[in-house]
Design a protein around this ligand. Structure first.
Ligand code: NAP
Length: 277
Protein backbone atom coordinates (compact mmCIF):
# COMPACT_ATOMS: atom_id res chain seq x y z
CA UNK A 1 0.00 0.00 0.00
CA UNK A 2 1.42 3.42 -0.86
CA UNK A 3 1.95 5.91 1.93
CA UNK A 4 -0.09 8.94 0.88
CA UNK A 5 1.05 12.34 2.14
CA UNK A 6 -1.52 14.50 3.91
CA UNK A 7 -2.38 18.17 4.41
CA UNK A 8 -3.16 19.23 7.95
CA UNK A 9 -6.43 21.15 8.01
CA UNK A 10 -7.10 23.93 10.56
CA UNK A 11 -9.06 21.38 12.62
CA UNK A 12 -5.92 19.25 12.86
CA UNK A 13 -7.46 16.57 10.62
CA UNK A 14 -5.24 14.98 7.97
CA UNK A 15 -6.52 15.36 4.41
CA UNK A 16 -4.95 12.76 2.06
CA UNK A 17 -3.29 14.38 -0.97
CA UNK A 18 -4.99 11.93 -3.34
CA UNK A 19 -8.72 11.28 -3.38
CA UNK A 20 -10.90 9.12 -5.59
CA UNK A 21 -13.42 11.08 -7.69
CA UNK A 22 -16.91 9.64 -8.12
CA UNK A 23 -18.52 12.03 -10.62
CA UNK A 24 -20.40 10.49 -13.55
CA UNK A 25 -20.36 6.96 -12.16
CA UNK A 26 -23.44 4.76 -12.38
CA UNK A 27 -24.20 2.63 -9.33
CA UNK A 28 -22.67 -0.27 -11.23
CA UNK A 29 -19.48 1.74 -11.89
CA UNK A 30 -19.34 2.63 -8.20
CA UNK A 31 -19.69 -1.02 -7.17
CA UNK A 32 -16.70 -1.93 -9.34
CA UNK A 33 -14.46 1.12 -9.16
CA UNK A 34 -14.70 2.25 -5.54
CA UNK A 35 -13.75 -1.16 -4.04
CA UNK A 36 -10.87 -1.34 -6.54
CA UNK A 37 -9.70 2.08 -5.39
CA UNK A 38 -10.03 1.32 -1.68
CA UNK A 39 -8.23 -2.02 -2.09
CA UNK A 40 -5.47 -0.23 -4.04
CA UNK A 41 -4.92 2.09 -1.08
CA UNK A 42 -7.01 5.22 -1.69
CA UNK A 43 -8.19 6.52 1.67
CA UNK A 44 -10.13 9.56 0.51
CA UNK A 45 -13.38 9.51 -1.50
CA UNK A 46 -14.86 12.61 -3.10
CA UNK A 47 -18.68 12.43 -3.30
CA UNK A 48 -21.53 14.84 -3.94
CA UNK A 49 -25.31 14.75 -3.81
CA UNK A 50 -25.26 15.93 -7.45
CA UNK A 51 -23.51 12.72 -8.54
CA UNK A 52 -26.67 10.79 -7.58
CA UNK A 53 -24.70 7.72 -6.53
CA UNK A 54 -24.07 8.23 -2.82
CA UNK A 55 -26.21 5.25 -1.79
CA UNK A 56 -24.02 3.00 -3.95
CA UNK A 57 -20.89 4.57 -2.43
CA UNK A 58 -22.39 3.91 1.00
CA UNK A 59 -22.88 0.23 0.16
CA UNK A 60 -19.16 0.00 -0.64
CA UNK A 61 -18.10 1.97 2.42
CA UNK A 62 -20.05 -0.44 4.63
CA UNK A 63 -17.34 -3.04 3.93
CA UNK A 64 -14.51 -0.79 5.08
CA UNK A 65 -13.35 0.66 8.39
CA UNK A 66 -14.80 4.18 8.56
CA UNK A 67 -11.89 5.40 10.70
CA UNK A 68 -9.44 4.69 7.86
CA UNK A 69 -11.29 6.89 5.37
CA UNK A 70 -11.70 10.59 4.63
CA UNK A 71 -15.15 11.19 3.09
CA UNK A 72 -16.24 14.41 1.39
CA UNK A 73 -19.66 15.39 0.13
CA UNK A 74 -21.08 18.58 -1.38
CA UNK A 75 -24.37 20.40 -1.13
CA UNK A 76 -25.99 21.65 -4.34
CA UNK A 77 -26.76 25.33 -5.01
CA UNK A 78 -30.56 24.93 -4.71
CA UNK A 79 -30.11 23.49 -1.20
CA UNK A 80 -28.20 26.35 0.40
CA UNK A 81 -31.00 27.76 2.58
CA UNK A 82 -30.51 27.02 6.30
CA UNK A 83 -33.04 24.17 6.60
CA UNK A 84 -32.21 22.77 3.16
CA UNK A 85 -28.55 22.37 4.13
CA UNK A 86 -29.57 20.16 7.04
CA UNK A 87 -31.97 18.16 4.88
CA UNK A 88 -29.29 17.64 2.21
CA UNK A 89 -26.71 16.73 4.85
CA UNK A 90 -29.08 14.25 6.46
CA UNK A 91 -29.72 12.59 3.07
CA UNK A 92 -25.97 12.42 2.37
CA UNK A 93 -25.16 10.84 5.74
CA UNK A 94 -28.01 8.34 5.40
CA UNK A 95 -27.03 7.35 1.87
CA UNK A 96 -23.34 7.11 2.69
CA UNK A 97 -24.18 5.21 5.89
CA UNK A 98 -21.90 7.32 8.08
CA UNK A 99 -22.36 9.44 11.20
CA UNK A 100 -20.35 12.45 10.05
CA UNK A 101 -18.57 13.78 6.99
CA UNK A 102 -14.89 14.64 7.13
CA UNK A 103 -15.49 17.52 4.76
CA UNK A 104 -18.66 19.19 3.46
CA UNK A 105 -18.41 21.63 0.57
CA UNK A 106 -20.75 24.20 -0.93
CA UNK A 107 -20.68 22.73 -4.46
CA UNK A 108 -21.13 26.06 -6.24
CA UNK A 109 -21.89 29.52 -4.94
CA UNK A 110 -25.52 30.55 -5.37
CA UNK A 111 -25.98 34.31 -5.73
CA UNK A 112 -29.72 33.88 -5.08
CA UNK A 113 -29.21 32.58 -1.52
CA UNK A 114 -27.44 34.39 1.31
CA UNK A 115 -23.96 32.99 1.84
CA UNK A 116 -24.22 34.08 5.48
CA UNK A 117 -27.31 31.86 5.88
CA UNK A 118 -25.55 28.86 4.32
CA UNK A 119 -22.45 29.35 6.45
CA UNK A 120 -24.60 29.59 9.60
CA UNK A 121 -26.04 26.18 8.80
CA UNK A 122 -22.60 24.72 8.14
CA UNK A 123 -21.28 26.19 11.41
CA UNK A 124 -24.18 24.59 13.32
CA UNK A 125 -23.61 21.23 11.58
CA UNK A 126 -19.93 21.55 12.47
CA UNK A 127 -20.73 22.39 16.10
CA UNK A 128 -23.09 19.40 16.21
CA UNK A 129 -20.30 17.12 14.97
CA UNK A 130 -22.03 16.22 11.70
CA UNK A 131 -19.21 17.66 9.60
CA UNK A 132 -15.63 17.81 10.72
CA UNK A 133 -14.43 20.43 8.23
CA UNK A 134 -16.17 23.08 6.14
CA UNK A 135 -15.14 24.01 2.63
CA UNK A 136 -16.31 25.40 -0.67
CA UNK A 137 -16.03 24.48 -4.31
CA UNK A 138 -15.85 26.52 -7.50
CA UNK A 139 -15.40 29.70 -5.44
CA UNK A 140 -13.58 32.68 -6.96
CA UNK A 141 -11.34 34.92 -4.86
CA UNK A 142 -14.30 37.31 -4.64
CA UNK A 143 -16.61 34.69 -3.08
CA UNK A 144 -13.83 33.28 -0.91
CA UNK A 145 -13.19 36.68 0.66
CA UNK A 146 -16.87 36.96 1.60
CA UNK A 147 -16.92 33.42 2.97
CA UNK A 148 -13.81 33.99 5.06
CA UNK A 149 -15.13 37.30 6.36
CA UNK A 150 -18.45 35.80 7.45
CA UNK A 151 -17.60 32.30 8.59
CA UNK A 152 -16.93 31.44 12.21
CA UNK A 153 -15.25 28.21 11.14
CA UNK A 154 -12.19 28.12 8.87
CA UNK A 155 -12.84 27.60 5.17
CA UNK A 156 -10.51 24.62 4.99
CA UNK A 157 -10.71 23.76 1.28
CA UNK A 158 -11.60 25.22 -2.11
CA UNK A 159 -12.22 22.46 -4.66
CA UNK A 160 -11.78 23.96 -8.13
CA UNK A 161 -11.05 22.76 -11.61
CA UNK A 162 -7.28 22.61 -11.91
CA UNK A 163 -5.23 20.90 -14.61
CA UNK A 164 -2.45 21.87 -17.01
CA UNK A 165 -4.84 23.64 -19.38
CA UNK A 166 -6.76 25.40 -16.61
CA UNK A 167 -4.20 26.35 -14.00
CA UNK A 168 -5.75 29.44 -12.33
CA UNK A 169 -2.51 30.60 -10.76
CA UNK A 170 -3.99 33.69 -9.02
CA UNK A 171 -6.81 31.75 -7.38
CA UNK A 172 -4.43 29.00 -6.25
CA UNK A 173 -1.98 31.57 -4.86
CA UNK A 174 -4.79 33.30 -2.94
CA UNK A 175 -5.94 29.99 -1.40
CA UNK A 176 -2.47 28.86 -0.47
CA UNK A 177 -1.56 32.25 1.03
CA UNK A 178 -4.72 31.99 3.18
CA UNK A 179 -4.24 28.42 4.39
CA UNK A 180 -7.05 27.07 2.21
CA UNK A 181 -6.15 23.71 0.68
CA UNK A 182 -6.76 23.56 -3.07
CA UNK A 183 -8.31 20.34 -4.36
CA UNK A 184 -8.04 19.72 -8.10
CA UNK A 185 -11.39 18.73 -9.62
CA UNK A 186 -10.93 17.30 -13.10
CA UNK A 187 -7.15 17.01 -12.48
CA UNK A 188 -6.80 15.24 -15.83
CA UNK A 189 -8.99 17.75 -17.64
CA UNK A 190 -11.38 14.84 -18.27
CA UNK A 191 -8.56 13.10 -20.18
CA UNK A 192 -8.33 15.76 -22.91
CA UNK A 193 -5.09 17.29 -21.58
CA UNK A 194 -3.41 13.88 -21.69
CA UNK A 195 -2.80 14.47 -25.41
CA UNK A 196 -0.85 17.67 -24.81
CA UNK A 197 2.57 17.26 -26.51
CA UNK A 198 4.48 18.48 -23.43
CA UNK A 199 2.58 16.08 -21.16
CA UNK A 200 3.33 13.28 -23.63
CA UNK A 201 6.98 14.30 -23.84
CA UNK A 202 7.37 14.28 -20.04
CA UNK A 203 5.58 10.93 -19.82
CA UNK A 204 8.30 9.56 -22.10
CA UNK A 205 11.09 11.26 -20.15
CA UNK A 206 9.94 9.90 -16.77
CA UNK A 207 8.60 6.61 -18.20
CA UNK A 208 5.15 7.14 -16.70
CA UNK A 209 1.61 7.68 -18.04
CA UNK A 210 0.49 11.15 -19.18
CA UNK A 211 -2.06 11.08 -16.36
CA UNK A 212 0.73 10.50 -13.85
CA UNK A 213 2.60 13.51 -15.23
CA UNK A 214 -0.43 15.73 -14.59
CA UNK A 215 -1.06 14.33 -11.11
CA UNK A 216 2.61 14.54 -10.10
CA UNK A 217 2.80 18.17 -11.28
CA UNK A 218 -0.32 19.00 -9.25
CA UNK A 219 1.05 17.29 -6.14
CA UNK A 220 4.30 19.23 -6.43
CA UNK A 221 2.20 22.40 -6.46
CA UNK A 222 0.75 21.35 -3.09
CA UNK A 223 -2.62 20.60 -4.63
CA UNK A 224 -4.79 17.64 -3.62
CA UNK A 225 -5.75 15.55 -6.66
CA UNK A 226 -9.09 13.78 -7.18
CA UNK A 227 -8.71 11.64 -10.31
CA UNK A 228 -11.73 9.63 -11.43
CA UNK A 229 -11.53 6.37 -13.33
CA UNK A 230 -13.49 3.16 -13.85
CA UNK A 231 -10.47 1.40 -15.37
CA UNK A 232 -8.58 -0.72 -12.77
CA UNK A 233 -5.20 -0.07 -14.43
CA UNK A 234 -5.82 3.67 -14.37
CA UNK A 235 -7.09 3.55 -10.79
CA UNK A 236 -3.83 1.90 -9.70
CA UNK A 237 -1.63 4.14 -11.86
CA UNK A 238 -3.25 7.30 -10.52
CA UNK A 239 -2.11 6.36 -7.03
CA UNK A 240 1.37 5.33 -8.16
CA UNK A 241 2.73 8.88 -8.22
CA UNK A 242 5.01 8.97 -5.21
CA UNK A 243 8.17 7.12 -6.16
CA UNK A 244 9.58 9.89 -8.35
CA UNK A 245 9.78 13.65 -8.63
CA UNK A 246 9.47 16.03 -11.54
CA UNK A 247 12.43 18.39 -12.04
CA UNK A 248 11.77 22.04 -11.24
CA UNK A 249 12.41 22.94 -14.89
CA UNK A 250 9.71 20.49 -15.96
CA UNK A 251 7.30 21.85 -13.34
CA UNK A 252 7.83 25.28 -14.95
CA UNK A 253 7.25 23.75 -18.41
CA UNK A 254 3.94 22.36 -17.17
CA UNK A 255 3.08 25.76 -15.63
CA UNK A 256 3.29 27.29 -19.10
CA UNK A 257 0.62 25.00 -20.60
CA UNK A 258 -2.27 26.99 -19.16
CA UNK A 259 -4.79 27.93 -21.90
CA UNK A 260 -7.60 29.12 -19.65
CA UNK A 261 -9.57 26.20 -21.13
CA UNK A 262 -11.93 24.61 -18.62
CA UNK A 263 -13.22 21.04 -18.85
CA UNK A 264 -16.47 21.70 -17.00
CA UNK A 265 -18.76 24.53 -16.07
CA UNK A 266 -22.00 25.09 -14.18
CA UNK A 267 -24.92 24.23 -16.43
CA UNK A 268 -27.79 26.42 -15.33
CA UNK A 269 -30.18 24.35 -17.45
CA UNK A 270 -29.36 21.14 -15.61
CA UNK A 271 -32.03 20.78 -12.91
CA UNK A 272 -29.53 18.98 -10.69
CA UNK A 273 -27.23 21.98 -10.59
CA UNK A 274 -29.86 24.61 -11.30
CA UNK A 275 -29.89 27.70 -9.14
CA UNK A 276 -33.35 28.34 -7.73
CA UNK A 277 -34.44 31.47 -5.88
N1 NAP B 1 -16.47 20.33 -7.40
C1 NAP B 1 -16.83 20.21 -8.67
O1 NAP B 1 -17.63 21.00 -9.21
C2 NAP B 1 -16.24 19.10 -9.46
C3 NAP B 1 -16.28 19.15 -10.87
C4 NAP B 1 -15.66 18.13 -11.57
C5 NAP B 1 -15.05 17.08 -10.90
N2 NAP B 1 -15.06 17.04 -9.53
C6 NAP B 1 -14.43 15.93 -8.78
O2 NAP B 1 -13.19 15.64 -9.37
C7 NAP B 1 -13.19 14.27 -9.80
C8 NAP B 1 -12.35 14.10 -11.05
O3 NAP B 1 -12.80 14.92 -12.10
P1 NAP B 1 -13.51 14.34 -13.41
O4 NAP B 1 -14.13 13.05 -13.05
O5 NAP B 1 -14.36 15.39 -13.93
O6 NAP B 1 -12.33 14.17 -14.45
P2 NAP B 1 -10.79 13.69 -14.48
O7 NAP B 1 -10.46 12.93 -13.24
O8 NAP B 1 -9.98 14.87 -14.85
O9 NAP B 1 -10.82 12.73 -15.73
C9 NAP B 1 -11.53 11.52 -15.73
C10 NAP B 1 -11.31 10.87 -17.08
O10 NAP B 1 -9.92 10.54 -17.21
C11 NAP B 1 -9.78 9.17 -17.57
N3 NAP B 1 -8.59 8.65 -16.87
C12 NAP B 1 -8.43 8.53 -15.54
N4 NAP B 1 -7.20 8.05 -15.26
C13 NAP B 1 -6.58 7.87 -16.45
C14 NAP B 1 -5.29 7.40 -16.80
N5 NAP B 1 -4.40 7.01 -15.87
N6 NAP B 1 -4.98 7.35 -18.13
C15 NAP B 1 -5.89 7.71 -19.08
N7 NAP B 1 -7.12 8.19 -18.78
C16 NAP B 1 -7.46 8.26 -17.47
C17 NAP B 1 -11.05 8.49 -17.12
O11 NAP B 1 -11.37 7.44 -17.96
P3 NAP B 1 -11.19 5.87 -17.50
O12 NAP B 1 -12.39 5.53 -16.69
O13 NAP B 1 -11.12 5.16 -18.80
O14 NAP B 1 -9.92 5.77 -16.73
C18 NAP B 1 -12.08 9.61 -17.26
O15 NAP B 1 -12.59 9.62 -18.59
C19 NAP B 1 -14.68 13.99 -10.04
O16 NAP B 1 -14.94 12.60 -10.17
C20 NAP B 1 -15.28 14.66 -8.85
O17 NAP B 1 -15.11 13.86 -7.70
C21 NAP B 1 -15.64 18.04 -8.82
Amino acid sequence: MPSIPTHTLPSGDALPAVGFGTWDMSDDDVHHAVPTALDAGYTHVDCAEGYQNQAAVGEVLANHDRDDLFITSKVLPPHLHYESVFEALDRALTRLGIEALDLYLIHWPNPAISLRETLSALEKAHADGLIKNVGVSNFSVHYLRFAQYMADVPIAVNQIEFNPWYARHELVDYCQEHDIVVQAAAPLGRAVVLNDPVVQDLAGKYDVMPAQVCLRWELQKNIVVLPQSTNPDHIHANLDIFGWEMDEADVRRMDELDRGQNAYQLDLDDPIYGITP
